[in-house]
Write a protein that binds this ligand. Structure first.
Ligand SMILES: *Cc1c(COP(=O)(O)O)cnc(C)c1O
Length: 345
């Protein structure tokens, strides 16, 4: 197997990580900390947080079954991990990346801010993975391929076997963004991470886990790649309350909420399919449903006028006529169905 280090920018490979005041001593019997110019008055947040997020990573390691030295956590959500992938692997103005389309908007924003060319490949019929076209889009300067699965905004997850084939065939880093994986029964690429050193899996606590306000994202990768994330990240990139709160909420779990959303999803798919204004309901493995209607702007405006906001995706190529509707509480879902029923008359 090829080492993933061959895809890394030379300046990043040569980088000496910033060493924080807290790197040299941790634990032991030290009780006086006069090394970091903090306030000495204890108020719960006067100390810098653990820059290595050791306890949090150990907790995530148990949750996901992935060793702690293969985990990166970011305090600005997975968006932080997305930006770091560009900064670790892509030389601005020289390298390029490939992504499926339509997909998550942050890949193109991060590509643009890093001055890296983004080559998009439209999904095939029924939003299937265009494996051959994706591989054909690569050249000697292609460092990263972005696949979102389940994909936002189409909702479908790709088969693990197809994604593994991409990882094996692509001469670069394959990033699989699994923000919605907790709602999918197609499985996670974490199960094959050990076999693919060029694979990076992104997950987040923002969706199924109900912690969008805390902004904690994760990347899982080979140890040598995870070490690069640790080198390039901002030193104290996850604040102390977030580290504690996420650990507490992992212990609490979210299984009942996730199963209710999956039940509501079946209900919504059936209800939308009955409506005359709905031309198509796309299959979904996520906590949202993509529907196609004849006049998306009119439907969108009507819902807004009744106090309900959905995502109008009609201007996105490949999503013409489409609205993306997040699955809410049973009462919220009933409301959106009733409103759509009203204008179906
Ligand atoms: C919501 C979402 C994320 C999560 O972003 P955070 O920054 O972790 O909140 C990542 N990828 C996709 C495709 C998403 O839809």
């Amino acid at each position: 197997m090829k080492s993933p280090l061959r895809y890394v920018r030379p300046n990043i490979l040569a980088l000496e990580p910033y060493s924080t005041a807290r790197d040299e001593f941790s634990g032991g019997n030290i009780s006086v900390w006069l090394d970091a110019n903090e306030s000495p008055y204890e108020n719960g947040v006067n100390r810098y947080p653990d820059p290595h997020q050791k306890l949090l990573k150990e907790r995530i390691s148990r949750l996901k079954g992935i060793p702690a030295n293969q985990i990166f956590v970011g305090g600005a959500g997975s968006d932080e991990a997305i930006d770091l992938v560009f900064r670790i692997f892509c030389d601005p103005g020289k390298d390029n990346v490939i992504a499926i389309a339509p997909s998550y908007g942050v890949y193109s924003v991060a590509a643009a801010t890093n001055n890296v060319a983004l080559r998009t490949v439209q999904l095939a019929d029924n939003y299937a993975l265009p494996t051959k076209e994706l591989l054909a889009a690569a050249d000697a300067h292609t460092k990263v391929m972005w696949i979102c699965s389940p994909n936002n905004p189409t909702g479908n997850a790709f088969e693990l076997s197809e994604l593994e084939l991409l990882a094996d065939s692509f001469d670069g880093m394959l990033v699989v963004d699994e923000a919605y994986v907790d709602f999918s029964d197609k499985g996670t690429m974490l199960s094959v991470l050990a076999n693919h050193p060029n694979l990076i899996v992104l997950q987040t606590f923002s969706k199924a886990w109900g912690m969008a306000g805390l902004r904690l994202g994760m990347a899982f990768a080979a140890p040598e790649v995870a070490e690069l994330f640790a080198r390039v990240k901002y030193p104290y990139n996850v604040n102390a309350p977030t580290q504690l709160e996420v650990m507490r909420r992992i212990d609490e779990g979210v299984a009942p909420q996730v199963s209710e959303i999956c039940q509501q999803r079946s209900m919504l798919l059936a209800a939308f399919a009955e409506l005359s204004i709905v031309e198509r309901v796309f299959p979904t493995d996520a906590n949202f449903v993509l529907i196609r209607v004849a006049d998306p702007n009119a439907v969108y405006d009507y819902l807004v006028s009744r106090g309900v906001i959905v995502r109008n995706r009609t201007r996105l190529r490949g999503c013409e006529g489409c609205l993306r509707i997040t699955i809410g509480t049973p009462a919220e879902n009933e409301r959106v169905v009733n409103l759509l029923r009203e204008i179906s008359k």
